[in-house]
Write a protein that binds this ligand. Structure first.
Ligand SMILES: Cc1cc2nc3c(=O)[nH]c(=O)nc-3n(C[C@H](O)[C@H](O)[C@H](O)COP(=O)(O)OP(=O)(O)OC[C@H]3O[C@@H](n4cnc5c(N)ncnc54)[C@H](O)[C@@H]3O)c2cc1C
Length: 433
């Protein structure tokens, strides 16, 4: 069932529903010749585009350099689920960041959805933004976990509504016999991620930011001014931020050993009738189950069911992607077992060993942001904001994140994937119990 097929690497977008339904195709120039800028951001996903936009909003001279197209990486391929929070269990780092640091991270975790809402509103970005989300339970212990999550969100001051739902109540939001109940909240939601990312880049351009596509950075010359080079051009900058995440390859070996590209996949059905769409997801919410290799799904703006799953530390997608994903979908909605599948695609999630975003400095003027470990739509927006604060002279929030240590994955280049695949198999086994 599993064959050797890595997520598509090309200059166009992957064959996703999102790429087929963009508001506009981007066509920014390649980087050619020698340029200067105050800040260069490498990587045109949510992290890079938002960081560049934050800086342009502060009046800074910024250039964004993307190897493929804006949103080509995980940001333009994901499940589109807006999920609050930042990383996992910041309490683990209390010795390093103190109680105030832990509190600050919980505070940041509430900001992502606000930043997205603000971007959509201020720049008029059409990206099918909708609020409403359900965690769904497959085991009785999940319901217990959800009650704890709800109480915890209250405790940290989350202002949104959290409601525990029994099996029948859940059916008003997610109408599947598979689930025992769920946890609804109106703070999370869903979007067309590629249209959001392209809209954010367009806002950057409007504010005078320069954008280069199809311009892969192949070399970094560190110095008083750092120079990044592509095949046909270069930019010399006072500050550089690397935001290539799981797709950055070996450009900076130290960063590559700390982020593991893990493969996740999504299918998009044909547009469903209005009746069928309301039957399966009456609440039009985004949905996730709490397993390690979870199912996540939602309706698109044109009533397709976008159904995602798999989490594969080998970084490879199953050869029979349609078949594997159709089986998962049918387990949730048997009435859709024979639905036409119009799209199937995969992408790389940047996993970090301790599941906290990785921020830091490689030199006096080169910094990086990477590794959101699965949930990045909100955290990318938050990390971009705090990095912009740092570059504009207020490093307090950046420094909290940067003081968390991130170890490389053990096993070196050859053994870290098999080692982690084994670890994943163990967690999948626990999920099945
Ligand atoms: C299938 C899938 C489903 C997901 N679902 C969700 C979800 O529903 N909700 C959620 O919160 N998160 C989800 N995620 C995770 C989320 O998409 C990511 O955490 C987030 O998009 C990361 O954004 P980024 O900008 O850091 O990286 P990316 O979006 O991957 O962007 C990095 C960019 O850098 C560019 N780049 C790399 N190297 C270079 C170089 N040398 N020169 C120039 N450019 C370079 C790449 O081409 C790429 O475009 C999902 C991820 C995947 C793959």
């Amino acid at each position: 069932m599993f064959g050797l097929r890595a997520p598509e690497i090309s200059t166009g977008h992957t064959g996703s529903y999102y790429a087929a339904s963009v508001n506009r195709k981007t066509d920014y120039p390649r980087l050619e010749g020698d340029h200067t800028a105050d800040v260069v951001v490498v990587g045109g996903g949510f992290t890079g585009a938002n960081l560049a936009l934050e800086l342009a909003e502060r009046g800074m001279d910024v250039a964004l350099v993307e190897a493929h197209r804006i949103g080509w990486g995980a940001s333009g391929r994901n499940g589109g689920q807006i999920i609050g929070g930042l990383g996992h269990d910041p309490e683990r780092f209390v010795k390093t960041i103190g109680e105030e640091g832990v509190k600050a991270i919980y505070g940041m975790g509430l900001e992502g959805r606000e930043i997205i809402a603000e971007r959509v509103e201020r720049y008029g970005i059409e990206c099918d933004l909708k609020w409403g989300y359900c965690d769904v339970a497959l085991k009785p212990r999940h319901m217990k976990q959800f009650a704890e999550w709800r109480d915890f969100e209250k405790q940290i001051g989350n202002p949104h509504t959290y409601r525990l739902l029994d099996r029948d109540e859940l059916k008003h939001y997610v109408n599947s016999d598979r689930y025992l109940g769920g946890l609804y909240n109106d703070g999370n939601g869903h979007i067309h991620p590629l249209n959001l990312c392209i809209g954010e880049a367009a806002a950057l351009e409007q504010l005078g930011g320069r954008i280069f596509e199809q311009s892969k950075v192949t070399d970094i010359e560190y110095g008083a001014r750092t120079v990044i080079r592509t095949e046909q051009g270069s930019i010399s900058a006072k500050r550089v931020v690397l935001a290539g995440n799981a797709y950055m390859g070996g450009l900076v070996p130290k960063l590559a050993t700390r982020v593991l590209p893990s493969c996740s996949s999504v299918i998009g059905t044909e547009p469903l009738s209005e009746e069928m769409a309301r039957e399966i997801l009456p609440g039009d919410v985004a949905v996730c189950d709490p397993r390690t290799a979870l199912d996540y799904f939602r309706l698109s703006g044109d009533n397709r069911l976008l159904f995602g799953g798999l989490s594969n530390y080998t970084g490879l997608e199953p050869r029979d992607l349609h078949g594997v994903m159709r089986k998962k979908l049918a387990a949730v909605y048997p009435q859709l077992a024979d639905v036409r599948i119009d799209f199937a695609w995969s992408g790389w999630i940047g996993i970090g060993i301790n599941r906290m975003p990785q921020l830091g400095h490689l030199s006096d003027n080169v910094s990086y942001i990477q590794a959101y470990s699965g949930h990045g739509v909100c955290p990318t927006h938050i990390m971009a904001r705090i990095t912009a604060e740092m570059l504009a002279g207020d490093p307090r929030r950046f420094d909290i994140m940067a003081s968390i240590r991130h170890m490389p994955f053990p096993g070196g280049k050859l053994l870290r994937r098999p080692g982690l695949a084994l670890g994943m198999a163990y967690y999948k086994l626990l999920d099945a119990l």
